[in-house]
Design a protein around this ligand. Structure first.
Ligand code: PMV
Length: 304
């Protein structure tokens, strides 16, 4: 039996604007992982068991993103076999944490390992990007990049992957609104807004790009006390793009009142997760306030 896994991800700054060529900063979320095991099967064909969804996908027969990534990977490897893939994931779907890209990445890695082929992070990333199109419509490529490389990534569409420096580790709380929000919907809505009011949206995207540059410089210098204000500025830009929601804003307000230095939605928006910059002193109080305000889960992670 062969096993492989892939991490989740958090976009710190720059979601949505990144689809329009602006930079974004994202980090891996290594404690939440998607896992895949591959075993040979006696019957013909490839079957994927999505354990959390209680679904069985027959590759080549059922139309499904998981089947698509398995087929693309086998074509890339020039391989074929009768297999069963068991897929499970600790990453909540439709929450802005990259669950789709993580499951796809784990499938690519597991098939590569089964056929004893060393796939580079760049190969994995470009295979996963193909299925991201099924999930997202017009994905920027940030999810597959940060997950395939499992490193902090400064992402600019169409450019080589680049890392960014985090001089001092910092703590984030990740609060789930409980509202699932498929990224392709918000990405489509931003596109319609941009088509109708291009000047307004370009101005917002430029403002986000400037926030990303300041955040990257602050992180490189270890000036983490600047992150909170930059997160709040980025949240306001996302509100102006129309991808925030009452649930998100209620959690942001609650977190700030309880002592977080800043907060913003992360990922597609309208639901999903809200991230907060906290310190050792404020973390417990912020977490308790967020749970009381209706967050369905609050996860703590140290970004380094
Ligand atoms: O919702 P997520 O975690 O898949 O993140 C999407 C990020 C967007 O910038 C909104 C879209 C994209 O493809 O970059």
């Amino acid at each position: 039996m062969i096993q492989a896994s892939a991490c989740g991800k958090i976009i710190l700054f720059g979601e949505h604007a990144v689809v329009y060529g602006r930079p974004a900063l994202a980090v891996p979320l290594s404690q939440l992982r998607a896992r895949v095991t591959v075993t040979p099967r006696a019957d013909k064909g490839i079957v994927i068991r999505a354990l959390d969804l209680n679904r069985v996908i027959r590759v080549g027969t059922d139309s499904d993103a998981l089947g698509t990534i398995a087929q693309l990977t086998l074509a890339h490897l020039g391989a074929t076999a009768d297999l069963e893939l068991a897929v499970s994931s600790a990453i909540p779907p439709a929450g802005g944490l990259g669950s789709g890209a993580a499951v796809s990445t784990a499938i690519v890695r597991a098939l590569g390992a089964f056929f004893e082929r060393q796939l580079s992070a760049a190969e994995v990333s470009s295979l996963v990007y193909e299925t991201e199109k099924v999930y997202h419509g017009t994905p920027s490529g940030i999810d597959n990049t940060v997950i395939a490389y499992e490193q902090p990534v400064r992402y600019v569409r169409g450019q080589e992957m680049a890392q960014f420096q985090i001089a001092e580790p910092f703590t984030l709380l990740i609060a789930h609104t409980g509202v699932p929000s498929p990224t392709r919907i918000t990405v489509g809505d931003v596109r319609r807004g941009w088509e109708q009011e291009p000047a307004k949206y370009e101005t917002i995207f430029d403002a986000v790009a400037a926030i990303v540059e300041r955040a990257q410089a602050a992180l490189a210098r270890g000036e983490n006390e600047q992150l909170g204000a930059l997160m709040s500025e980025n949240q306001h830009a996302l509100e102006a793009m129309g991808v925030s929601s009452l649930e998100i804003e209620r959690l942001v307000e609650t977190g700030l009142r309880a002592g977080a230095r800043g907060g913003k939605l992360s990922g597609g928006g309208r639901g999903g997760n809200v991230i907060f910059h906290v310190t050792g002193e404020t973390s417990a109080a912020v977490r308790a306030a967020l749970m009381q305000a209706g967050a369905v889960s609050v996860l703590e992670t140290i970004v380094r």
